[in-house]
Structure formats: structure tokens, C-alpha cells
Design a protein around this ligand. Structure first.
Ligand code: S3P
Length: 173
């Protein structure tokens, strides 16, 4: 296990970054967030990458970032919510570690992102329309998260530390 990576996948707002940082701290491993890495490399925010160059350019930057990660071990990697849309990303991530799906209901996801306007795919929506958009996107992606992951962690009602406990139990670390 210690020669692998742990990769967190799941919908926007499911807690990949918060849980990932706490998990990495617990294990004494490095923490990588693919979105932050892309932002640092590009010197601009995800929103501005989407605005200036469009989603397809972001996806290609995301793919390059994922490809660069499997060379190292002992990393907790928080991915962007759309990373599973590309089967090659999933193949790369599976090769480098254990993929854990942080599963949350659309209502809980909505609660966490309702005030957030940094996510280009949800930014145009507010209130009920935002919840509907989350339901729609999650319906499109649920099976991708499920097939990509070796472990699924239902996170409704768990705080980040409790989620870390569950992940460590499931992975038997
Ligand atoms: C996206 C999720 C975002 C970010 C980008 C696209 C998606 O990451 O990668 O806005 O397609 O679900 P988070 O899941 O960290 O919000």
C-alpha cells in the first residue's frame, strides 16, 4: 500500500481537496490537487482557463497533469470532478494507485457549492436550477465514478476527519 497513491474522485463539492489534505497529513504523504497544479502551471485560475480557452483546452491540461502524476508514489491526489470523463485518465490513475470515490447526494453537494462561483460548469446557475444541474451532471457521471473506483465511500453526514477514518478503514492502512 505504501508504494502506491490514493486518488480521490467524485463530483464538485464532495470534499476531495479537504479530505485529501487531511488524509495526506494523517499518512505523512504528499498532497496533490490537480486543479491547483494546473492553476500554478498556467498562472491563471480554472475559471479563466475555461473563459479564455474553453473546456476542451482545460481537459487537455488536465490530461497532461494526470499523466505526470503516476510516476511518483505516496501521494494523495485530489482530482477535478470531470477527470473520469476521459478513459485514458482513468487508466493512468488506476495504474498509479487506489481510486476512492467520495459519494454524496445531489442535495448535500448543492449545500456545499450553493454559494460558490469558482466552478465554471455550475456558475451560470442559482437556487433550484443549480440543484437540477447537479442532478443532471451526476446522473451522467455516476456510473463513470463507480466503474473508475475500487472503493466507494458514502460521505453524507460525515465530516472530513470521519471520512478520512472511513478511507483508512476501507483501505486497511
Ligand atoms: C470540474 C470540476 C472542477 C474543475 C473544473 C471542472 C468538473 O473541480 O476541475 O471546474 O468537470 O466537474 P472540483 O471537482 O474540484 O470542483
Amino acid at each position: 500500500m505504501s508504494d502506491m497513491n490514493i486518488i480521490l474522485i467524485g463530483f464538485m463539492g464532495c470534499g476531495k481537496t479537504t479530505v485529501g489534505m487531511a488524509l495526506a497529513a494523517r499518512l505523512g504523504w504528499a498532497f496533490i490537487d490537480t486543479d491547483r497544479q494546473i492553476e500554478e502551471e498556467q498562472g491563471r485560475t480554472i475559471s479563466s482557463i475555461f473563459e479564455e480557452y474553453g473546456e476542451s483546452e482545460f481537459r487537455s491540461l488536465e490530461k497532461q497533469c494526470v499523466a505526470s502524476l503516476s510516476r511518483k508514489t505516496r501521494q494523495v491526489i485530489a482530482t477535478g470532478g470531470g477527470v473520469v470523463k476521459d478513459p485514458e485518465n482513468v487508466r493512468q490513475l488506476k495504474r498509479g494507485g487506489h481510486i476512492v470515490y467520495l459519494e454524496l447526494s445531489p442535495e448535500s453537494l448543492y449545500d456545499r457549492v450553493k454559494e460558490d462561483d469558482t466552478r465554471p460548469l455550475l456558475k451560470p446557475y442559482t437556487g433550484e436550477a443549480k440543484l437540477d444541474r447537479i442532478r443532471e451532471l451526476l446522473a451522467e457521471r455516476r456510473s463513470m465514478y463507480e466503474t473508475a473506483s475500487s472503493y466507494q465511500v458514502p460521505c453524507d453526514g460525515l465530516n472530513p476527519e470521519q471520512t478520512v477514518d472511513r478511507i483508512l478503514q476501507i483501505l486497511k492502512i
